[in-house]
Design a protein around this ligand. Structure first.
Ligand code: SF4
Ligand code: SF4
Length: 162
């Protein structure tokens, strides 16, 4: 995982950037795994360029990093609202694009036959069924974009856009 920080007062150049040790050093806890994914978690205390301190819990849900170090991380970050907003603002100022995960996951309701094949793989119950009617629904806010539902859906009703 790569993250770029600067000490207070240092210029924004290649000689002065660093990655805070809690991000790159020491083990992350493995809190879940299956055939296609692994889920890490770590709590950390960080201080940014303006001196703001963050107590954050970071879950790395997915990571795609290309050889030229462009890529996308899917993170779940928990902490106090002020620390989160400040942290996201700092990362945006560094040119990193941030977007809510919910925008990237689509349930094509018109394709869904309510076969329920996806329910057994959706651990967050983003895909759920109302009984006894057996009507499947998708709750976007619960979805962590793990993609486990993609290969099991016979009708391509689920789509993850990255
Ligand atoms: S990607 Fe699919 S299986 Fe994973 S949480 Fe979202 S709806 Fe559930
Ligand atoms: S597997 Fe696909 S078609 Fe079946 S209930 Fe889930 S989303 Fe709908």
């Amino acid at each position: 995982m790569v993250s770029i920080f600067f000490k207070k007062g240092d210029p924004f150049d290649l000689d002065h950037w660093f990655t805070p040790p809690p991000i790159n050093e020491g083990a992350y806890d493995v809190v879940g795994r299956d055939d296609r994914s692994i889920h890490f978690r770590k709590s950390m205390h960080l201080r940014n360029y303006s001196g703001t301190e963050f107590d954050l819990e970071v879950n790395i849900l997915r990571a795609h990093i290309t050889p030229n170090e462009r890529g996308r991380l899917v993170l779940e970050i928990t902490g106090k609202r002020q620390a989160l907003e400040s942290g996201l603002s700092t990362v945006r100022e560094m040119g990193v694009e941030i977007q809510p995960l919910a925008q990237d996951v689509r349930w094509h309701e018109e394709r869904c036959t309510h076969c329920t094949a996806c329910l057994s793989v959706c651990r967050t119950r983003a895909l759920d069924v109302k009984r006894p009617e057996m009507v499947v629904s998708f709750t976007r806010d619960r979805c962590i974009a793990c993609e486990l539902c993609i290969p099991v859906c016979p009708y391509q009703a689920m789509e993850v856009l990255f």
